[in-house]
Structure formats: structure tokens, C-alpha cells
Design a protein around this ligand. Structure first.
Ligand SMILES: C[S@@+](CC[C@H](N)C(=O)[O-])C[C@H]1O[C@@H](n2cnc3c(N)ncnc32)[C@H](O)[C@@H]1O
Length: 322
């Protein structure tokens, strides 16, 4: 790891508890208005449509990318959140002069483009179930469709394998670590960045947001029901050692939801996280609650409106553990 430290997260008591209005457009009422991977050929429950791509970090042309490499639009929540949290580091592993890197579950490919820009002598491959990546890419980047849980067929091994926010697609971390081990060069590095659920508070402020509390617990239960132990990422350091990886580091932090924590970076992170979560509510919930937990679509939409109102009320000092 480079000399890197996450910022501390403490409650800013002076922060005015100003509620902001809920979005009128955040809720989609028809399940069919979102497109998903088929359940039978994928284990990933979130959508793969343009709305989701925009939330993760929308694809750009090469020219736009060159101009905007460090100034993404606000809607590109997920990529910007990680940039803020990691203080613009694209990775924390001590890699030197990598020749081949792989990003598994790359989504729209923003990390791939950043890393390719940072390491022009490295060939960077992005792999995802869905082809949602940019049409114009730098010569040292490429994208492949594939299931990271299945056997990988690449002509060479990698110096660095990276992944971010793919936990909802992972039924077995040891199986994924096996794939990584098989496909790493000797002395190669693997790096995972994940959140887990349920959202938490370190005080009693969640009682002010009962719909949000119900949602975060129900969502976690639903994920468990389809075999995603969202907390499974906490076992990864030991699973890595068990598989024979050495030099294993584990860092944790919190992403505040709303600008309740002290410090400019934390406030920015919190505001973006609030936007990201409200933006992701429909995508993350509808299919899971309707098809897995048996809720009626109308009830889901009503619940999501209450959840968003709770989040936007900023009454809970809630955070996502990372
Ligand atoms: C929340 S998105 C994160 C995308 C990207 N890593 C980022 O940080 O912006 C999760 C991505 O993982 C992909 N994914 C989930 N399960 C997968 C699997 N088994 N094989 C390949 N990709 C998968 C999804 O298609 C989706 O694009």
C-alpha cells in the first residue's frame, strides 16, 4: 500500500439538518421499463440499461475523455465517489510498471480508461457481462464480455487484477479468488474495493428514518435469499491467505450518506452518496423485492418513495461500511 490513509469520519454537530425535497422522477413504476441480465445466465440482479450506466459513470468518446479525465459530470456518482474516497488514487497496491491489467465487472469502463491513461505502457482489459463500454477507447485498453465466475480465457496472465462494487454478483468469493490466482503472473497483485450492507449508524439516529432502516435490512435479507452474502467480502482477507496469496492488506472506511460528517471531503462524499443511493434505489430494489421477496410492485414503489424521503431528510448519521 502507498502511504495512504482514509479520512476519519466524525459527526459535524454544526451541520444544519436541512431536508431537501425528494426527486419526482426517481421512481420507475414498471419493472419492464428497466432491462436486466437474464437470471438464468447471470447472477447479477441490477439493471444493465442506460440509466444504470449513467449512475456508474457514463461512457465518453476518446476526445471527451482526454478533456474530462478528471472532471466527470456529477451524475457519474460511483466513479467519482471512489475517486474522492481514494484521493484520486486508481489503486492502492504497490504495482510497478504493469504490462497487463484486468478490471473484472468493469461496468462502463471508467476505471479502465483512467488506469490506461495513468499507465500508457500497460494493456488494460475490462471484462463485464454486459457490453456497456465506450465505443472509442485508447489503444492500450480493450473490453471483453465474460462471466468472471466462469473460466477465463486470456492469452496471457496479468500483473494486476482489480475490481470494484461487484459484490452483488458474487456467490462464492473463494471461487473468484481461484480465478484470480490462476490468471495472475507470479508476484502479481489483486485488489478489491467493496461496500457491504446493511447501512449503519453509530448512534441512535436511524430511528428517525424507519423506512430507510426497513429497506436496508430487507434488501440485505433479499440478497442473502439469492445467495449473495453481501458481508462475504469481510472474509476475503482470510480466503486470500488460504488460497496462498501473501502480503495481504485490508483497509476499511465508511461512506457517509448525506453531508453530516466533519470535513469538506466527507461532506462532498456524503452528498454524492446520498445522490447515488437515491439514484440507485429503484435499480437495486424493484426486481429483488418483487421477484425474490414477493412484494407487489405498487408497494415497492410506495416504500421507495418513503425511503428516499427518509434519506433526503438527512436525519440519520448513516453510512455504508466499505
Ligand atoms: C455496480 S457495477 C460496478 C461497475 C464498475 N466496477 C464500477 O465500479 O463502476 C457491477 C458490475 O459488475 C458486473 N458483473 C456482475 N456480475 C458479473 C459476473 N459474474 N461477470 C462479469 N461481470 C459481472 C455487472 O454487469 C456490472 O456492470
Amino acid at each position: 500500500m502507498p502511504n495512504f490513509q482514509f479520512d476519519p469520519i466524525e459527526i459535524d454537530e454544526a451541520q444544519a439538518r436541512t431536508a431537501i425535497a425528494g426527486s419526482e422522477t426517481a421512481v420507475v413504476t414498471e419493472l419492464q421499463q428497466r432491462s436486466y441480465h437474464k437470471f438464468e445466465d447471470s447472477t447479477y440482479p441490477l439493471p444493465n440499461d442506460s440509466t444504470e450506466v449513467k449512475r456508474l459513470g457514463k461512457s465518453r468518446s476518446l476526445v471527451e475523455f482526454a478533456i474530462l479525465v478528471s472532471t466527470y459530470a456529477l451524475e457519474e456518482y460511483q466513479h467519482r465517489l471512489w475517486q474522492l474516497c481514494l484521493k484520486a488514487h486508481s489503486h492502492l497496491a504497490r504495482i510497478t510498471a504493469p504490462k497487463h491489467a484486468l478490471d473484472i465487472g468493469c461496468g462502463p469502463g471508467m476505471w479502465v480508461l483512467d488506469f490506461a491513461h495513468q499507465y500508457p505502457d500497460c494493456q488494460v482489459t475490462g471484462m463485464d457481462l454486459s457490453n456497456v463500454w465506450p465505443s472509442e477507447i485508447p489503444a492500450n485498453a480493450d473490453f471483453r464480455t465474460g462471466d468472471f465466475m466462469a473460466e477465463w480465457k486470456y492469452p496471457q496472465r496479468f500483473d494486476f487484477i482489480h475490481s470494484r462494487a461487484v459484490g452483488t454478483g458474487i456467490k462464492s468469493w473463494p471461487q473468484l479468488l481461484e480465478r484470480c490466482f490462476e490468471n495472475l503472473k507470479p508476484a502479481g497483485w489483486v485488489e478489491f474495493h467493496e461496500f457491504y450492507f446493511p447501512a449503519r449508524v453509530d448512534d441512535d439516529s436511524m430511528k428517525e428514518c424507519p423506512a430507510f432502516e426497513k429497506w436496508t435490512q430487507t434488501w440485505t435479507n433479499g440478497m442473502n435469499k439469492i445467495g449473495r452474502n453481501i458481508k462475504g467480502v469481510l472474509d476475503v482477507p482470510n480466503a486470500l491467505r488460504d488460497r496462498g496469496f501473501v502480503n495481504v492488506h485490508h483497509e476499511s472506511t465508511k461512506w457517509p450518506i448525506g453531508p453530516w460528517a466533519i470535513g469538506d471531503r466527507q461532506k462532498q462524499l456524503g452528498e454524492m452518496m446520498e445522490g447515488n443511493l437515491c439514484n440507485a434505489l429503484d435499480a437495486a430494489t424493484t426486481r429483488l423485492f418483487v421477484q425474490v421477496l414477493g412484494w407487489r410492485e405498487n408497494d415497492v414503489q410506495h416504500h421507495l418513495r418513503e425511503v428516499e424521503a427518509d434519506i433526503r431528510s438527512r436525519k440519520a448519521h448513516a453510512y455504508i461500511p466499505m
